[in-house]
Design a protein around this ligand. Structure first.
Ligand code: TYD
Length: 138
């Protein structure tokens, strides 16, 4: 599985750091929604879904957390602990987020508005969805 992590340009000077992320330059899709998670308790694991269409970039703005990615064939755990890196998560990718530090703030840049119909929240349905996609492309 290819892990796509972006390293954003830091505009640092004596006053501190500044990072700008722009659609088409740093992020490969139009950003239609931003949401963030914080105050995630110890031992909590969240996510447990895939999306049919949605693309996202995950940035751990503060603290640290880990992201499990699963494309139905391979799994990878990606640690996030810096505001200057973004993890690209494409569609049809099962994800779980865990090991949040108490101070973690995980920001998600998303390609679409919130749409519950775009979610696949059951792992077996996810595998069936992938199998259906393969069937379509033959
Ligand atoms: P949920 O999908 O359970 O979070 P995750 O799987 O990423 O841990 O979302 C938690 C709640 O927030 C749920 O009631 C749906 C709501 N929500 C929105 O209203 N808009 C959004 O953009 C997102 C991501 C969630």
């Amino acid at each position: 599985m290819e892990i796509i992590k972006y390293r954003f340009t830091e505009h640092g000077d004596g006053r501190g750091q500044l990072i700008a992320v722009e659609t088409g330059k740093d992020i490969p899709f139009p950003i239609h929604r931003v949401y963030y998670m914080y105050g995630v308790g110890e031992g909590i694991r969240r996510g447990f879904h895939a999306h049919k269409k949605l693309e996202q970039v995950l940035i751990c703005m503060h603290g640290s957390c880990k992201i499990l990615l699963d494309d139905g064939k391979d799994k990878a755990v990606v640690p996030l602990d810096s505001p200057n890196e973004g993890l690209y998560v494409g569609n049809a990718m099962w994800r779980e987020m865990f090991d949040f530090s108490p101070d973690a703030v995980l920001v998600v840049l998303a390609s679409e508005l919130y749409d519950e119909a775009d979610y696949i929240r059951n792992y077996d349905e996810f595998l069936a969805y992938l199998a259906g996609q393969k069937g379509e492309s033959v």
